[in-house]
Design a protein around this ligand. Structure first.
Ligand code: FAD
Ligand code: NAD
Length: 458
C-alpha cells in the first residue's frame, strides 16, 4: 500500500521518542510521532514522576516521625489526598497529554494517536480509531515503545483485580493491607510509600534479596530498614495461587504460607511484544525481549531503537541519552557521539536511597578484572554521628586495580542518589583512584565517606 511520505516515523513517544522526534522536527525533517496512549510515555504518567511525588510525601512523613527523638514532639497524621491531588492535577493533568502533544507539534512534528507496526522496511502502518494510516519513512523509523508490566503466570492471578504501577499511581485511598509481588525498584519504592501511609505491607520477592541488580549490601540494608518500619519481607518465594473474594486477596506462597490483603501490587518486572511491533518485517527476531542496537542506536537498515527495549537499563535518563545519539546519527552530524554504557547511574528512591553506577563487585569479578573493594559505613562518619536517626548507609567502591580506576560504586543512605554524582564522574571520566584520594572532601558531609572508602580499597 503506498503511504504518505515523510522523513522519519517515531513509533512510541516515551521520554526518548518525544525528545528525538522534537530534535529531528526542529532540524527541519518531516517527522510523524505515533503513540497508542500518552505522549511522554510511562515516566510522567505512571512511573518516575508520580512515584517520586509519592516518595517526597513519604520522606516528609519519615522525617517527621524522627522529630520525637531529635527535636521535641510531632504528631503525624498521614493523609493521602494531597498526594493524589498533586499527581492528578500537577503531574499528569488527569492523565491528559495535551501539553506534551502541543510541545511536539510546536516543534514541527505531526502526531498520530494509534498503534504503529512496521509492515515493510521504512514502512509503518498505524491503527487509529478512524482506520489505518500508512507512512513511508525516507530516512527511517525510530522505535521507542517501552515496556508493559509483566504479569507472572500464577494460578488465578489474571482473574483478580490486581494492581500494576499504572493502577498504584492513580489510587485515591491507601489500602489497609497490601501484598507486593516483586522486590525490585518498583516493588521496594511503592512498598515503603504505602507502608508509611498506614498500609500493612508484605513484599514477596522471588530472588534471594531485595534489589538483586544492586550490591548485596544494598538489599540487606533495605531489608533491615523495612523490618524496622514494619514491612514484612519474604525472599526466595513467589505466589503459587491467587484468589479474590469479598474484597480480599488470598495469596498462597509456593512454600504453602497463606497471605491475605485488601490489594495486590504486581511489580515483577516488565515485558515487551516484539512480534506485535512487526520487527520481523526488517529481519529482526520477533521472540526476542528487545532490540539489539549498535553504538549509534541502529538496529537494522533504516531502523533505530532507543529506551527500555534496548536492554541497556530501563531508566528515563537512558532513553533520553540514546535519543540524543540517535538524532545525531539520523541528522548525520559530524563527530556524532556514540553510546558508552560504562557509567550508567541508577537510583532507587527508597529511604535510604540506593544509588549505584557501573559494575557491581560480582560483575567486575565475572569480567576477570583484578578487583579491589573499599566500603565505608555512613553511621561511622562524623555526618552520620550528627544525623543519628536514619543515618544507615554505606559507600562501596569497586576498583580495577590494574588500571587504578573505579569501575563501579554504590552510595546508599540519606541523599544517596545525590552523593552518587561524584562517583558517576569518577567512573565516567576514569579519574585515577590516587587522584580521588588526594581530593579535599568537605567536613562533615555524607560524601566525605568516599574518602574513607578509598583508604580501605583492598
Ligand atoms: C513505577 C516505575 C517507576 C520508575 N521510576 C523511574 C525513575 O525514578 N527514574 C528513571 O530513570 N526511570 C524510572 N522508571 C523507568 C522509566 O519509566 C522508563 O525507563 C522510561 O519511561 C523510559 O521508557 P521508554 O523511553 O523506553 O518508553 P516508555 O516510557 O515506556 O514509553 C513508550 C511509549 O510507547 C507507546 N507504545 C508502545 N507500543 C506502541 C505502538 N506499537 N504504537 C504506538 N505507541 C506505542 C506507549 O504507549 C508509551 O507511551 C520507572 C518505571 C516504573 C514502572
Ligand atoms: N528509580 C528508578 O530508576 C526506577 C524505579 C522503578 C523502576 N525502574 C526500572 O523499571 C524496571 C522495572 O522495575 P521492576 O521493579 O518492576 O522490575 P525488576 O525486574 O527490576 O524487579 C522485579 C523483581 O520481581 C521479582 N519477581 C519476578 N517474578 C516474581 C514472582 N512471580 N514473584 C515474586 N517476585 C518476582 C524478581 O526477583 C525481581 O527482583 C527496572 O528495570 C527498573 O530499573 C527504575
Amino acid at each position: 500500500m503506498p503511504g504518505t511520505e515523510v522523513d522519519v516515523v517515531v513509533i512510541g513517544m516515551g521520554p526518548g521518542g518525544e525528545d528525538v522526534g522534537a530534535r529531528l522536527a526542529r532540524a527541519g525533517l518531516s517527522v510523524v510521532g505515533v503513540d497508542a496512549r500518552l505522549v511522554g510515555g510511562e515516566c510522567p504518567y505512571y512511573a518516575c514522576i508520580p512515584t517520586k511525588i509519592m516518595i517526597r510525601a513519604t520522606d516528609a512523613l519519615g522525617e517527621a516521625r524522627r522529630v520525637d527523638a531529635l527535636a521535641g514532639s510531632a504528631q503525624v497524621a498521614p493523609d493521602w489526598r494531597p498526594v493524589a491531588r498533586r499527581i492528578r492535577d500537577e503531574a499528569t493533568d488527569n492523565w491528559d497529554d495535551t501539553v506534551a502533544v502541543n510541545r511536539f507539534t510546536d516543534a514541527g512534528g505531526r502526531f498520530v494517536r494509534g498503534r504503529g507496526r512496521i509492515t515493510a522496511p521504512r514502512e509503518v502502518t498505524v491503527s487509529t480509531s478512524e482506520g489505518e494510516q500508512v507512512f513511508t519513512a525516507r530516512r527511517g523509523i525510530v522505535l521507542n515503545t517501552g515496556t508493559d508490566p509483566a504479569v507472572p503466570a500464577i494460578d488465578g492471578l489474571v482473574e483478580t483485580p490486581y494492581w500494576t504501577n499504572r493502577d498504584a499511581v492513580a489510587v485515591e485511598e491507601v489500602p489497609a493491607s497490601l501484598v507486593v509481588l516483586g522486590g525490585g525498584p518498583v516493588g521496594c519504592e511503592l512498598a515503603q510509600v504505602f507502608s508509611r501511609f498506614g498500609s500493612a505491607v508484605t513484599v514477596v520477592q522471588h530472588a534471594d534479596r531485595l534489589l538483586p541488580a544492586d550490591e548485596p549490601e544494598a538489599g540487606e540494608l533495605l531489608a533491615a530498614r523495612f523490618e524496622a518500619e514494619g514491612i514484612a519481607v519474604r525472599t526466595g518465594l513467589s505466589a503459587a495461587m491467587v484468589r479474590y473474594e469479598s474484597g480480599q486477596f488470598a495469596i498462597k506462597l509456593d512454600n504453602g504460607e497463606a497471605l491475605a490483603a485488601d490489594r495486590l501490587l504486581v511489580a515483577a518486572g516488565r515485558s515487551t511484544d516484539m512480534a506485535a511491533l512487526g520487527v520481523g518485517a526488517v529481519g529482526l527476531p520477533e521472540n526476542a525481549r528487545g532490540v539489539h542496537t549498535d553504538e549509534r542506536m541502529r538496529a537494522a537498515d533504516g531502523l533505530w531503537a532507543i529506551g527500555d527495549i534496548t536492554g541497556q537499563g530501563a531508566f528515563t535518563h537512558m532513553s533520553m541519552y540514546q535519543a540524543r545519539i540517535a538524532a545525531a546519527d539520523i541528522l548525520e552530524e559530524p563527530d556524532a557521539e556514540t553510546a558508552d554504557y560504562r557509567a550508567v547511574p541508577r537510583v532507587t528512591f527508597t529511604d535510604p536511597e540506593i544509588g549505584s553506577v557501573g559494575l557491581s563487585e560480582a560483575a567486575a569479578r565475572e569480567r576477570g578484572l583484578s578487583v579491589r573493594v573499599g566500603v565505608s559505613q555512613l553511621s561511622a562518619s562524623s555526618r552520620g554521628f550528627v544525623h543519628k536517626f536514619g543515618n544507615e548507609g554505606f559507600i562501596k567502591l569497586v576498583e580495577d586495580a590494574e588500571r587504578g580506576v573505579l569501575v563501579g560504586a554504590t552510595s546508599a543512605g540519606p541523599n544517596g542518589g545525590e552523593v552518587l554524582g561524584a562517583l558517576v564522574v569518577a567512573v565516567h571520566a576514569e579519574v585515577p583512584t590516587r587522584r580521588l584520594a588526594q581530593m579535599i572532601y568537605a567536613y562533615p558531609t555524607f560524601h566525605r565517606a568516599i574518602e574513607d572508602a578509598l583508604s580501605r580499597l583492598a
